[in-house]
Design a protein around this ligand. Structure first.
Ligand SMILES: *Cc1c(COP(=O)(O)O)cnc(C)c1O
Length: 390
């Protein structure tokens, strides 16, 4: 793109998301001695507030890595070569996690979906019941499948596991759901919750997390996959002292500290309600456009992202390119088997109503310019909804 574009860039990818000015200012400072007294305070404060977002009183390990690193940490710390892991293939991110498990020498047992709904909880239960000899060591689900904008609700999965009395660990990828919708690591009986920094947490990419149950910590004592950098043990100590076994990504931690304060100031229930409201406004716009949502199950609609199918024969990637060039807005692309068939509007993180209306207006104008058949008035429908529910 050579042309100068006036005004703000509209970042509507479902990660990275907009970083609030308060967070930018908090991270704009020189690093400090990470073994000195000031640092310990920062580290401890971050852990205390992170626990509130994860809904846990337990350990939260913090890695200087993208979300993918925390996926790996979760598997390495709890499992041994050849272990079976029951994985629901709900979309592209689930797919990447499966691939990782294979590469690490685990044996994924796959439960397929059509990528248009959450995981099939009955199928998980059935598979666990059939596993009489308890070969399956972990059940893995993606809470918010960012590629399809379909949620898998965690509590029903936990309840299904409890009904079978199967001892497998429950691992949940909450990378793009944390701080967008309620999460209760302890109350939902999750063993490892995996998350990342650049989605609902509103800070730049580069940090990721494992919230760890007592059962998962116990499993780590006998798990035999090789691990060193990813080992939980020294990070457990960091939870009480604020000091890390290696140099923490200090400026990202300054950012996280500020972002967590902002989320708690707004109040988590308000944060979640805001996301639901924007998602509903967006879906209403999509229906007015007469386009199809990728997610076909209303129970699974995502609060943080909406994946929209373009009509057959109309390239979603071309539409995104037109919108980027003409209107300076970045949207999420289709991934894997739905490449070029969907575009995704991210509405997670730090976002005001007018930004959302601007984004929907940009999509509508883009469809007109790109010649994507639609009915006009989607942005108006969203305005009516937001103004009527102010
Ligand atoms: C973004 C995302 C990932 C990958 O995280 P990276 O930070 O890109 O490594 C994994 N799972 C889900 C659900 C995601 O949204």
């Amino acid at each position: 793109m050579s042309q100068y574009q006036a005004g703000r860039h509209f970042l509507h990818t479902p990660g990275p998301t907009n970083v609030p000015d308060r967070v930018l200012r908090a991270m704009h400072r020189a690093p400090i001695n990470h073994r000195g007294p000031e640092w310990g305070g920062v580290g401890r404060e971050v852990v205390v507030n992170l626990r509130k977002i994860f809904g846990t009183d337990g350990i939260v390990a913090i890695y200087p890595a993208s979300g993918t690193g925390a996926w790996e940490a979760a598997l390495l710390n709890t499992l041994s070569p050849g272990d079976q892991v029951l994985m629901s293939h709900t979309g592209w991110f689930a797919h990447l996690w499966v691939q990782m498990a294979q590469r690490l020498g685990l044996e994924p047992v796959l439960l397929e979906t059509d990528w248009r709904r959450g995981a099939d909880v009955a199928a998980i239960e059935e598979r666990l019941v059939a596993d009489k000899s308890h070969k399956i060591k972990a059940v893995c689900v993606v809470h918010n499948e960012t590629s399809t904008s379909c949620m898998t609700h965690v509590l029903p999965v936990r309840q299904a596991m409890d009904r079978t009395a199967h001892p497998a660990l429950l691992m949940v990828d909450a990378i793009s759901s944390l701080a967008c919708s309620d999460f209760q690591h302890d109350a939902w009986g999750v063993d490892v919750t995996i998350s990342g920094s650049q989605k609902g947490l509103m800070i730049p990419p580069g940090l990721s997390f494992n919230a760890i149950s007592a059962k998962a910590l116990a499993a780590a004592k006998t798990a035999k996959l090789p691990r060193s950098y990813w080992d939980w043990e020294p990070l457990v100590t960091a939870n009480s002292t604020g000091f890390f076994p290696y140099t923490p990504a200090e400026n990202l931690m300054f950012a996280l500290n500020e972002a967590l304060k902002m989320l708690l100031e707004e109040g988590l229930p308000n944060v979640y309600a805001r996301h639901e409201r924007y998602a509903e406004a967006t879906r209403r716009a999509v229906r007015t456009w007469d386009l199809e949502l990728q997610c076909q199950d209303p129970q699974s609609y995502s609060p943080g992202v909406t994946a929209i199918r373009t009509p057959d024969g109309h390239s979603a990637d071309n539409l995104r390119n037109v919108i980027l060039e003409k209107f300076n807005m970045a949207l999420g692309n289709g991934l894997g088997q739905i490449t070029d068939k969907v575009f995704r509007i991210g509405h997670m993180g730090d976002l005001g109503e007018l930004q959302l209306i601007g984004a929907l207006g940009g999509v509508e104008m883009g469809m007109r310019v790109a010649g994507v058949p639609h009915k006009s008035g989607g942005a108006q429908t969203a305005m009516d909804y937001l103004a009527g529910n102010a």
